[in-house]
Design a protein around this ligand. Structure first.
Ligand code: IDP
Ligand code: MG
Length: 136
C-alpha cells in the first residue's frame, strides 16, 4: 500500500528576499521530496486573509497576513510518503528558537513570524491549500 501524499509548502517573503529559494528547495529534494508544481507569486492582503482564515481570531492575524503579502513567495506542491508529516519534521518548530538542528526553520528562520516556510498541518488541509493556489 502506498502512503504517498501531497502537501503545500510556501517559501515565505523573508526567505525569498534573502535569495534562499534554491537552498530550501535543495533541502526538500535531499530529503526525497518531489516538487510537483511550483510558482513564484505576490499575493494580496485579502488573499492572505483567506489563506490564513483559520487564524482569524488570533492576535497576530493582521500582522501575519500583512507579512505573507509583503513580497514574493514560492508556493509548491510537494510529494513524498507521508508528505504532510515529513514536511512538518523538515520545517521544524514554528518558533525557530525551538527548532531542532537540521530543520529549515533552525537554519534560516529569523523569528516566530519570519520563519521562512509554511507547511500544511494535515492531509485534509493540504488538499484545501493546494486547491487554493493551484486550482485553475
Ligand atoms: P505553523 O506555521 O508552524 O503551522 P501556525 O501556528 O499555524 O504555525 O501559525 C501560522 C504562522 O503564524 C506561523 O508560521 C507564524 O509565522 C505565525 N505565528 C504563529 N504564532 C505566532 C505568534 O505567537 N506571534 C506571531 N506570529 C505567529
Ligand atoms: Mg499552521
Amino acid at each position: 500500500m502506498s502512503n504517498i501524499e501531497h502537501t503545500l509548502s510556501i517559501i515565505k517573503p523573508d526567505a525569498v528576499e534573502r535569495k534562499l529559494e534554491n537552498e530550501i528547495k535543495e533541502m526538500f529534494k535531499n530529503t526525497g521530496f518531489n516538487i510537483l508544481k511550483e510558482k513564484k507569486i505576490h499575493i494580496t492582503k485579502s488573499e492572505a486573509e483567506e489563506f490564513y482564515k483559520v487564524h482569524e481570531t488570533k492576535p497576530f492575524y493582521n500582522d501575519l497576513c500583512a507579512y505573507l503579502s509583503s513580497g514574493p513567495i514560492v508556493v509548491m506542491i510537494l510529494e513524498h510518503e507521508h508528505a504532510v508529516l515529513r514536511n512538518r519534521d523538515l520545517m521544524g518548530a514554528t518558533n525557530p528558537k525551538d527548532a531542532e538542528e537540521g530543520t529549515i526553520r533552525k537554519k534560516y528562520g529569523i523569528s516566530i513570524d519570519k520563519n521562512s516556510v509554511h507547511g500544511s498541518d494535515s492531509v485534509e488541509n493540504a488538499k484545501i491549500e493546494i486547491d487554493f493556489f493551484f486550482k485553475d
